[in-house]
Design a protein around this ligand. Structure first.
Ligand SMILES: [Zn+2]
Length: 456
């Protein structure tokens, strides 16, 4: 009997898993409104014998399914939300979307790959009763809603001994990177409406305030550390008529830095700039703190465990039929992207373990990484060069390769989880590393206690 027999369940359940991913792809839902996707995953968890808890943290589309008893308790994180405006037909070579939402980040695969892992760990636990507990977490609203950060703030992940996650990508690897903390704040200006030609002297322009605020913020860039990033979008210019002095306008800011403290400091300076813009224009300013995430703290012991698990399992390869599609995509839509080689469009081979590095993005997995030892990996679910959050990801979301590489990730995550269950010393090492990194203060959420989860 092969000691990894429990992983075979993922092959046995392949039709169910692939159909589930396709269903979520076909029903793309946005931040905190993922009702069909959550319901489908909950149905699958119940059918597979997990004990389901809904409404985690009072979020309608957050849930978990647990199986087993005793310690360790290992969490496997799943996501399933889509992105606005990215609808696209499957298997296309050119964009043809109708502007409705689409799965441009591959979360239809993410949620299902993690579910596959939980099912395989359950299979292991069935023949090793009392040796531990696996909990699948259905985490909504990763795209802009940062649900995991709220769930972490409110104690949903307390009691976990470790957690694993993954993300669809262009390469198969254990992810060894830190990234940036962020916060998202909506600034609102109110002035006085007027005719822009007849009575401009009576008007006080909220749109002017937004523009002056952005000019001030752009001057600030020179006087913050080089690894600070901030970006803005004018979400309400006040109206579409240039002949009107706009009485209300809004601008949305996303502020990033490697530490929560630096984000808070830059946020304070940007608030001062907003006040200055209001003073300059005779308008009033208010702002709403929408959400924040911490910087990721990848656990090196767990990253190595994921890497070793990945190296122990034979990686699947794309079929000739899939390769023909990816080659054509590489010759056409992806032709100008870096590292694209139409002869080698899918990098299915596992990548070597990288040194820890800083990546300039953010994720809400970070706040879980500050509650318990956490690591994640990436799967080679897309052709090399495929940019995230584009139609190119949506169109590749239903291929046989997307399905089989997702199931393979499920096996890797399950194997890594079972290694932790079977080897208490390994888990203890991961927890020592976590304790050293988090320090005496422990996890402090960057989200103020009165801020509630919301879709922007
Ligand atoms: Zn994503």
């Amino acid at each position: 009997m092969n000691k990894y027999d429990f992983l075979d369940i993922i092959d046995e359940k392949s039709q169910m898993l692939d159909d589930l991913a396709d269903y979520i792809w076909e029903n793309p839902e946005l931040n905190y409104k993922e009702f069909k996707s959550a319901e489908a995953l909950i149905h699958a968890l119940k059918s597979e014998g997990f004990e389901v808890t809904k409404n985690l943290d009072n979020i309608e589309t957050a849930f978990c399914g647990s199986y087993g008893s005793g310690r360790p308790v290992i969490g496997i994180l799943g996501e399933f939300d889509a992105l606005a405006g990215l609808q696209q037909s499957a298997g296309a070579l050119a964009p043809d979307g109708d502007g409705t939402p689409g799965h441009g980040c591959g979360h239809h695969l993410l949620g299902v790959g993690s579910l596959a892992a939980a099912i395989a760990v359950k299979k292991y636990l069935e023949s090793h009763p009392g040796s531990g507990t696996v909990i699948y977490y259905g985490c909504p609203a990763e795209e802009g809603g940062s649900a995991k950060a709220f769930m972490a703030r409110d104690g949903v992940f307390d009691g976990l001994d470790a957690a694993f996650c993954w993300h669809p990508s262009n390469g198969l690897s254990a992810q060894n990177s830190r990234n940036l903390a962020n916060c998202k704040v909506l600034f609102k200006f109110d002035g006085v409406a007027s005719h822009a030609a007849l009575t401009p002297h009576l008007g006080r322009s909220a749109l002017d305030a937004v523009e002056l605020m952005n000019v001030g913020a752009n001057y600030l860039r020179e006087h913050v550390p080089t690894d600070v990033r901030f970006h803005y979008a004018v979400t309400d210019p006040g109206g579409l008529a240039p002949g009107v002095v706009q009485a209300h306008a809004e601008v949305l800011y996303l502020i990033r830095a490697p530490k929560n403290e630096t984000v808070a400091e830059v946020y304070g300076r940007i608030c001062d700039i907003a006040k200055g813009a209001a003073l300059m224009t005779g308008t009033t300013e208010s702002h709403v703190f929408l959400k924040a995430v911490s910087p990721l703290m990848p656990n090196q012991v767990l990253v190595r465990t994921l890497h070793e698990s990945m190296m122990e399992l034979e990686a699947p390869q794309p079929s000739e039929e899939d390769l023909a599609y990816y080659r054509e995509l590489s010759r056409t839509a992806l032709a100008d992207m870096p590292k694209v080689d139409p002869e080698n469009p899918i990098h299915w081979q596992p990548k070597p373990l990288e040194e820890l590095k800083l990546r300039f993005g953010s994720t809400d997995v970070s706040d879980v990484s500050r509650v318990c030892p956490t690591a994640q990996m990436t799967g080679a679910t897309y052709a090399m060069g495929t940019p995230g959050h584009t139609w190119l990801r949506v169109t590749q979301g239903k291929t046989d390769w997307a399905h089989s590489s997702t199931r393979h990730i499920g096996k890797i995550l399950a194997l890594a989880t079972v290694k932790l269950i079977e080897n208490p010393a390994l888990l203890a090492e991961a927890q020592t590393e976590y304790n050293n990194n988090i320090g005496e203060k422990g996890f402090v959420s960057p989200i103020p206690a009165d801020v509630k989860p919301s879709a922007d």
